[in-house]
Write a protein that binds this ligand. Structure first.
Ligand SMILES: Nc1ncnc2c1ncn2[C@@H]1O[C@H](COP(=O)(O)OP(=O)(O)O)[C@@H](O)[C@H]1O
Ligand SMILES: [Mg+2]
Length: 333
């Protein structure tokens, strides 16, 4: 099917097509017909050109407004009913011509499964999570949620089913409740439920105005740990089927670590699919599977124990299990 500019040229080409007819003026019936067609063509041509330009301008405007709204153009809202995730030979480069950051990663996460993404700094963990979320697009390969390619999802519809805690937590000027509700209409019941699940409720009610406290631009009025708990509540708002957490315990103390462990356990019991990037053994020991990334390649993927045993470089730090983790393992076993 021709693009819109080709449609314009077809319209213009057809409007001048009568030049291929009988040449010159004539008083015969055919000649008069030809002259009439020429006259009509000349008269209509400017209007056809203007109409074609208007169609092109309208198409460009629609595309621009879709980009401004962060809409990828998919019109059908797919129901994410399970939370299954499939990555098939995913390659990603920051820009054309640069070396790939992610190099042919394939992995499957069943609905309700929990997977830890481990690996050294700059291995590509954050990039992989952003690909899973559809924030970044693969140069080749596919990322599928419940079998549907990311670009088949209407971005806002997909957002309802997916919760994300970024590595660099970003909160916005507004109240705590507005931030948890992702700056949309505040559903108070859902805000409270998410805050309780994230173990942020007790901390929030101690703020000067509780859930209605203004947190300042970027959450400046809060500590790193408080910001992280509110951002975790935001990720869990309205029970998304897929929850993606990037280094969720980066700013947490021991108490925060234990609270996070409780949250993860509760999510597992609810059957939420979890993908979590992190370093701490206490966190990773809770998850069903581990994926080891190194230099953008998947070096190992499988059940928690098998990956730990197969990779000496990771085994060493992860096997040195601190006493706190034993306590936690006992708590959840
Ligand atoms: N937008 C970008 N442009 C160029 N390089 C990038 C970009 N994003 C990430 N990188 C590079 O990709 C590599 C992987 O980054 P990242 O996914 O953040 O790793 P990790 O989360 O494992 O520390 C790093 O070397 C980083 O500098
Ligand atoms: Mg990272």
């Amino acid at each position: 099917m021709p693009g819109r500019s080709s449609w314009a040229s077809i319209l213009v080409a057809n409007s001048s097509g009568s030049r291929n007819g009988i040449p010159g003026c004539s008083n015969t019936a055919d000649g008069r017909l030809t002259n009439m067609r020429r006259l009509l063509t000349r008269t209509l041509r400017p209007y056809v050109v203007v109409a074609a330009r208007l169609i092109e301008a309208y198409a460009a405007w629609v595309q621009l407004s879709r980009r401004a709204l962060g809409d990828n153009g998919a019109d059908t809202a797919l129901p994410l009913s399970h939370g299954r995730l499939d990555l098939e030979r995913v390659v990603h480069r920051a820009a054309p011509g640069l070396a790939p950051i992610i190099r042919g990663v394939s992995l499957q996460v069943a609905a309700g499964e929990s997977v830890g993404i481990i690996g050294p700094s700059a291995a590509g963990k954050t990039t992989l999570l952003r690909l899973i979320l559809g924030i970044l697009q693969p140069c080749s390969g596919a990322v599928r949620l419940d079998g549907a390619d990311a670009d088949q999802w209407h971005r806002r519809a997909r957002g309802k089913h997916v919760g994300y805690l970024p590595q660099d937590v970003e909160l916005f000027a507004g109240t705590v409740a507005q931030n948890i509700a992702r700056l949309g209409p505040v559903d108070s019941v859902a805000v409270l439920e998410a805050a309780r699940l994230a173990h942020a409720h007790e901390m929030i009610v101690q703020l000067p105005c509780g859930y209605d406290s203004e947190i300042g631009d970027g959450g400046a009025a809060l500590s790193g740990g408080q910001r992280q708990r509110i951002a975790l509540a935001r990720a869990l708002y309205r029970n998304p089927r897929l929850v993606v957490l990037d280094e969720p315990n980066a700013n947490l103390d021991a108490e925060g670590d234990l609270a996070l462990a409780n949250t993860i356990q509760a999510l597992k019991e609810r059957g939420t699919t979890l993908v979590i990037a992190g370093h701490r053994p206490s966190l990773m020991a809770q998850l069903d599977k581990l994926a080891l990334l190194r230099d953008g390649r998947l070096e190992a993927f499988g059940h928690n124990d098998a990956v730990l045993l197969s990779t000496e470089a990771v085994v060493t730090p992860l096997r040195r299990v601190p006493a706190a983790q034993h306590a936690m393992q006992e708590r959840f076993s």
